[in-house]
Design a protein around this ligand. Structure first.
Ligand SMILES: Nc1ncnc2c1ncn2[C@@H]1O[C@H](COP(=O)(O)OP(=O)(O)O)[C@@H](O)[C@H]1O
Ligand SMILES: [Mg+2]
Length: 598
């Protein structure tokens, strides 16, 4: 802590906000220590001689006259090996370790380092003395967990130069691993780095994302895909399935590293995550999922200012792994609670409120949050790319999408998964409304499908979407004049759409097999559904009865097709053939030859 003569003093306390006078040369976003306990705080407004400080811990007991110390630095996170498997609060205090030490509540002012100072890491150098290096260049590697190799890079901001010395073998994170540069310009590099959370980490270029982030969720991957390096939002009323979707993405997405920021939701929900995630197995490696995951938990009962910071803490850690060339997926649940933290702090600052009491800068804050997503070419002399995908849930009060947080979010994100309580009530999960949702990555991502799955995938998707839209129109008619008004062809359209909804879009997150579908399986399943529909259309034209089509036992087989396991994908071909055969059999005998000539 700073000397006493570097201290200012508190003149006012308002909830999470403290106003201090007399701080020497305070700057915006300076990290300060407040009161005798040295509570963490950050300068968020400067006005004449007063500094307004948001405090990351409960401010009870603080009062005018208590000291405030400057630290001279900005709110930063520790970066280095040991991040993976960690569970932090919004300002990167380790939750599991603290809990072990002090029970369920974090004692105020507790200062536990985010990364262990004791642990040894086996460092394998890839450069040698005399090599020229620049920021972003690989110095060596550490097997951080069985699934992630930690790439130790020359940090941004260090002057390029020659490697003077390089270590190998067991190192603690504070040990000097390399000395780079000569004489005055020499820099000692440690495994431990710090980075101010509100500043995006640098990269060379940002590219438009092209590759799908496969989440294993059919309505997402096939209908409204997100790209690696893209942005998506999930607005929906309470209980519509936002958290389940984000958990599913965290569990199944084909990203290398997962960041989950539990932001302001109820404590018990986050406790579930904290208890559940450490039990999960990574479907890709068979190791525990936590070996490539970092959890950040800031629940509604924790200090509101730390909630404001938590998304930046998460983003900075995400960017750190991106810089190593990894694809990182960050989930923030919920950005509405984060916006409420902004609103609360804004109100304490007595700022002029904007729409619904949110600060006028809500939109620009949200934009700069999502802007830190992206596919980038990393610093360093070698070509290397990494990505951060950001998925934020939004909890609009009453599900009303016209409210400011949803609107500001929709202006910046490229994918919209609109959850609806009507669907959730009907137990159609994920309750993503297929008529209003969209993905601006569809064109790019479906180009990739041609290469990695099948050139006909895109067409199947378009056909399915058309059927769903036709269904919505026909439903209007049915509502007005009843189902008898529909022609046989229209009834078949309704049936096709029903099958897409129930046999394809509906996906149970809690079923052992259905919880995840590979992209290949999604394609095959959709192909079966559409094949059946196309064959039924042909059969109708050739004289089959619609009632016979609707009574076909094949419908039941289609309903079960989503439970075909990943190692039996050839079963889908058999089902396709069975569909063709079943529909042919419904055509009156004398017409059969004509059908096969169609
Ligand atoms: N994909 C799904 N499969 C099965 N059940 C689901 C699915 N999505 C949501 N649910 C059900 O809906 C409930 C509420 O979901 P949750 O994600 O907690 O809602 P929210 O975060 O929007 O308040 C879950 O507890 C679960 O019972
Ligand atoms: Mg939730």
């Amino acid at each position: 802590m700073a000397d006493d003569d570097l201290a200012g003093e508190i003149v006012r306390v308002a909830g999470p906000l403290v106003v201090a006078r007399g701080l020497p040369a305070p700057k915006m976003y300076d990290l300060v220590r407040v009161g005798a306990q040295g509570l963490m705080g950050e300068v968020i407004e400067l006005r004449a001689e007063d500094a307004s400080i948001q405090v990351y811990e409960e401010t009870g007991g603080l009062g005018p006259g208590d000291p405030v110390y400057t630290t001279g630095g900005a709110l930063s996170v520790e970066l280095g090996p040991g991040l993976l498997e960690s569970i932090y609060d919004g300002v990167q205090r380790p939750l599991n370790l603290l809990r072990e030490m002090e029970g369920n509540f974090i004692t105020r002012g507790t200062d536990m380092p985010a990364l262990s100072r004791e642990r040894d890491w086996e460092f394998v150098p890839v450069v040698k003395e005399g090599d020229e290096v620049q920021p972003g260049d690989l110095l060596g590697t550490i097997q951080e967990t069985p699934v992630i190799e930690h790439r130790v890079l020359l940090p941004p901001g260090v002057k390029p130069g020659r490697v003077q010395s390089i270590r190998s073998g067991a190192l603690k994170i504070t040990d000097v691993v390399a000395v780079v540069g000569d004489g005055e310009a020499a820099t000692e590099v440690t495994l431990l780095q710090r980075w101010p959370v509100r500043r995006a980490r640098p990269f060379k270029h940002k590219y438009a994302p092209t590759d799908p982030l496969t989440t294993g969720q059919r309505v997402i991957d096939t209908f409204f895909p997100v790209a690696k390096g893209g942005t998506a939002c999930i607005p929906g009323p309470f209980g519509s399935g936002k958290t389940v979707v984000q958990h599913q993405i965290a569990k199944w997405a084909d990203a290398d590293v997962i960041l989950f920021v539990g932001c302001g939701e109820r404590g018990n929900e986050m406790t579930e995550v904290l208890l559940e995630f450490p039990q999960l197995t990574d479907p890709y490696s068979g190791h525990p999922l936590m070996k490539r995951t970092v959890l950040i938990a800031n629940t509604s009962n924790m200090p509101v200012a730390a909630r404001e910071a938590s998304v930046y803490t998460g983003l900075t850690i995400a960017e750190y792994y991106r810089d190593m060339g990894y694809n990182v997926a960050l989930q923030a649940d919920s950005t509405s609670r984060w916006a409420e933290a902004l609103r609360e702090i804004g109100a304490r600052l007595e700022e002029m409120p904007g729409e619904e009491g949110y600060p006028a800068y809500l939109g620009s804050r949200l934009a700069s949050f999502y802007e830190r997503a992206g596919l980038v070419s990393c610093l360093g002399s070698k070509e290397c790319s990494g990505s951060v995908t950001v998925v934020g849930s939004v909890s609009p009060p009453g599900g009303d999408l016209s409210e400011p947080v949803t609107q500001a979010t929709l202006r910046v994100v490229k994918v919209f998964w609109g959850l609806e309580d009507r669907l959730a009530f009907m137990r159609h999960f994920p309750a993503i409304n297929w008529l209003v949702s969209y993905s601006m990555y569809l064109a790019q991502v479906s180009k990739k499908w041609d290469e990695i799955i099948d050139p006909s995938f895109k067409e199947l998707r378009t056909e399915a979407m058309t059927l769903l839209q036709r269904e919505a129109e026909l439903e209007e008619i049915v509502r007005l004049i009843g189902v008898e008004a529909l022609s046989a062809g229209e009834r078949l359209t309704m049936e096709g759409a029903r099958s897409i909804r129930e046999d394809f879009l509906h996906q149970n997150a809690f079923d052992e097999i259905d919880t995840y579908s590979s992209l290949k399986k999604q394609f095959l399943l959709l192909r079966c559904v559409i094949t059946f529909h196309r064959e039924a259309e042909k059969a109708l034209e050739a004289g089959a009865e619609i009632d016979d089509v609707l009574a076909s036992p094949l419908r039941e087989r289609l309903a079960d097709a989503k439970f075909i396991p990943e190692d039996r994908l050839e079963d889908f071909d058999k089902l396709d053939q069975a569909a063709v055969k079943a529909m042919e059999d419904l055509v009156p005998r004398e017409e059969r030859g004509a059908v096969s000539n169609l």
